[in-house]
Design a protein around this ligand. Structure first.
Ligand code: GLU
Length: 321
């Protein structure tokens, strides 16, 4: 018997209120260090919640395919957790916050050659280098995309223009890849590993696909829409802890404190939150703040969590009916 019951109507109402309240917000601006992202319509805004029985609650621009960017780090972290196990990922990459921006080179130097976590650029490039089968770019790419499809319940689509835009301008990430190679933290060809990372960031997804991914993590590896087991239940809390630690870049502590939900954001404007045992939530809107988190998406997800009086640290058992 749960301590509290939340109704689906309460969730629907909170989602609608959040959408109406923040739709007109004009703070933040599109990421512009990747030229393609600067040109996306800043007005786009959508929210999706996927419950563990597969029911989806959506409002706004939830069909629009946006650049997944850093949220893809979660999917590939799951892939290498599946392929190598939790201990090997801890040893080869780490599970710590850097406290520094997502693309920091200093963080690699300060952490004594360690890429820190698969959820910042350095660790995500290392994770791409670890994806099996080693040495075969096409097979690795297929593994990355099929894993994302299994998690999201439908296939992501490569946004060619974003991939080109990002490949032409990713000088900082090229430095990271070579620095990691210097420290023995790249386990395949460095240029190929960086290219896989850049391509996975350029995959297009919508909020429903991200909310299904989040619900799969919240449901301990079972995709609630396809019913398929995507990863072993024992990995679910590992991935949620990685997200809680660094999912909102250097604002992760403030985020967790104020919203109560581990969530991963990307500079494309996506946010994906995991409420273990209850639901996955995703929101998307292109304008981001100085740390790279979508302004409207974070306002919306935080509003919904507070309105429902939920937190991963709430200490209550909750059921949704
Ligand atoms: N592809 C982007 C980069 O590496 C992802 C950044 C992000 O979403 O945080 O710069």
């Amino acid at each position: 018997m749960a301590d509290r019951i939340i109704t689906k109507d309460e969730i629907r109402a909170a989602v609608k209120e959040a959408y109406l309240q923040f739709k007109g917000n004009r703070e933040g601006k599109n990421a512009d260090y990747i030229p393609y992202l600067a040109g996306i319509n800043s007005e786009l805004f959508g929210i999706s919640v996927v419950l563990l029985d597969g029911e989806t609650i959506s409002i706004g621009d939830t069909d629009y395919h946006f650049g997944i960017e850093s949220v893809s780090k979660v999917h590939t972290a799951i892939l290498v957790l599946k392929q190598y196990g939790a201990n090997a990922v801890l040893q080869k990459i780490g599970a710590d916050a850097t406290g520094l921006p997502f693309n920091s080179i200093i963080a690699i130097l300060l952490e004594n050659d360690h890429p820190s976590t698969p959820l910042v650029n350095a660790g995500a490039i290392t994770a791409c280098s670890m994806v099996r089968p080693t040495g075969d770019a096409d097979a690795k790419w297929n593994a990355i995309v099929s894993n994302m499809e299994e998690l999201a319940g439908s296939a992501p689509v490569l946004i060619d223009e974003l991939y080109r835009s990002e490949s032409d301008t990713n000088f900082n990430n090229r430095s990271i890849a070579w620095l990691l190679k210097n420290y023995g933290r790249i386990y395949d060809d460095p240029i190929m590993s960086l290219d896989l990372y850049t391509r996975q960031c350029s995959l297009g997804v919508n909020t429903v696909q991200l909310a299904v991914t989040a619900a799969t993590i919240a449901g301990r590896g079972i995709n609630p829409v396809t019913g398929k087991k995507v990863f072993d239940a024992s990995l679910a809390h590992k991935i949620t802890s990685l997200i809680a630690t660094v999912g909102f870049y250097e604002r992760s502590g403030d985020w967790l404190y104020s919203s109560g939900i581990p969530a991963k954001s990307g500079v494309g404007g996506g946010v994906m939150g995991i409420m273990p045992g209850l639901f996955g939530i995703a929101s998307f809107s292109p304008p981001i703040d100085a740390a790279g988190n979508s302004v409207r998406a974070q306002l919306a997800v935080r509003y919904i969590m507070n309105k429902l009086d939920l937190s991963v640290f709430g200490g209550q058992t909750v059921s949704i009916e």
